[in-house]
Write a protein that binds this ligand. Sequence first.
Ligand code: ATP
Ligand code: MG
Length: 298
Amino acid sequence: MGRVIAVANQKGGVGKTTTAINLASSIAAAEVDTLLVDCDPQSNATSGLGLAKDPERISTYHLLMGEASASDAVQKTELEQLWIIPAHKNLLGANLELVDGARREFRLRDALAPLRERFKYIVLDCPPALDLLTLNALVASDSILIPMQAEYFALEGVSELLDTIERIRASLNPELTVEGVVLTMFDDRTNLAQQVTAELSRYFGDKLCATTIPRNVRLAEAPSHGKPALLYDVRSRGAESYIQLAKEIIGHSLPVEMPAREDAAEHPVEEKQVVNAPRWKRWIKERNKLTTINILDR
Ligand code: ATP
Ligand code: MG
């Protein structure tokens, strides 16, 4: 059964789409079948993976309106094991058209259900609002990944987001957990970033991801070439940091096996032994040459 992760934060421009595209690509690069679902009428994840705008193409709108099945909406991408369900700005209409619809909060969950066997990870890119689209994404998900910038008002609005998560858990989706909070466009050289990180760490505890995403121009450039960062410049700090984030997140849900030793109680487990790990080594075609990324070495 695949894991569904919503990348959400109602604050605009915090790096949701950049995170959704590059996290999904990095998981796919570890030879894990991955689906990215664009749930935002801005359709930045769709164009960022090189799909042209096309109102006729089956998209998230048709899934929510019950006009098409998810398997009909799935499109290939340049990356072998990454697929996408695209969006179009017509998705804005779904927010209004669904208001009186039956099971209006469950439309995406119902639509994606048949794909959960086919994909190991399904990543949802949400719009910058706590609207019916984000609600559908959170009801369809096992967990939420919250990208955040380490700025002075970072925690502003977070309580509203956490309240929303609590309300969803209480009624529509009791299984929803917080996958993590990831700091984006991070510059650890500034005192402010360090102070804010310390505060976020007190607030979120171990939910704050160990991986931070640096501000990196390659991450900003890649979408205009219709590529995830690891196909645009696999050696950039941006691409590397998202590969590291993918490793951390896959690590959350891998079954772990404790070392089998009889005196285990006296010996704290130093390292979890990971079983069923995906094959991390992979050749990536970068222009005409082949590049290896070996995520385990990082
Ligand atoms: P929205 O709320 O509008 O959906 P978003 O939260 O999805 O925005 P992005 O679109 O991912 O945010 O990022 C906002 C802008 O910042 C984009 O121009 C993107 O290219 C840039 N950006 C995101 N992350 C980084 C980074 N780590 N380094 C440099 N630029 C970045
Ligand atoms: Mg976005």
